[in-house]
Design a binder for this molecule. Sequence first.
Ligand SMILES: Cc1cc2nc3c(=O)[nH]c(=O)nc-3n(C[C@H](O)[C@H](O)[C@H](O)COP(=O)(O)O)c2cc1C
Length: 210
Amino acid sequence: METPVAAAAEHQVITPSILYFGTPVVLLSTENEDGTANLAPMSSAWALGQTVVLGLGVHGQSARNLRARPELVINLPAPEHWPAVERLAPLTGHDPVPAHKQGTFRYEPAKFEAAGLRPLPADLVRPARVAECPIQLEARAADVRTDTAGAFIIVEATVLRVHADPRLVVPGTQHVDPARWSPLIYNFRHYFGLGPELGRSFRSETRTVR
Ligand SMILES: Cc1cc2nc3c(=O)[nH]c(=O)nc-3n(C[C@H](O)[C@H](O)[C@H](O)COP(=O)(O)O)c2cc1C
């Protein structure tokens, strides 16, 4: 039998180059200077009530856009969308390509087309929603600040409207059914979906399906 990870007698001290310990992937839609759409994959995103906090590299087009035009859509892809996410991975909407991305990334102004994803108009903000994403959060950046190292912007985005695929909604309620929804997880630069449900929080308002 495989030894469970938690049962190791001693931990090893390591210095990993990244600390992406498994957070959902989002596709961030923002608006470029000329009114066209930018779309970028990111995973440093988490929710606090109706706020979503985002961490973005200062030299990216998404950061440039949010500093000038604070509207955005936080689109949540499903596990099956990972190839489209990965098609966006080597692209930047920033022209010229920032120095640290030269040779690895290329400038691409038409991100939706490059990913093979369809834009849909949002109701309350200018950037487009991603039609294929089962959950889409229209939002406005209430605060954009630079982190202490000057490498990232930390965005506090207020969610204004939530769109959900009706098949994910518990009928007659406002709840997303956790048994039907799986985020796409970015786990140390590899993509995963969720495994089977293990249990529920005492505060859950939705049923457990086993
Ligand atoms: C799955 C995935 C997650 C990523 N997460 C982040 C992130 O949280 N923050 C960030 O700044 N870049 C992240 N990146 C890298 C950006 O997508 C990349 O820098 C991209 O060029 C940004 O595009 P833009 O310059 O058009 O905004 C991620 C990339 C992938 C593929």
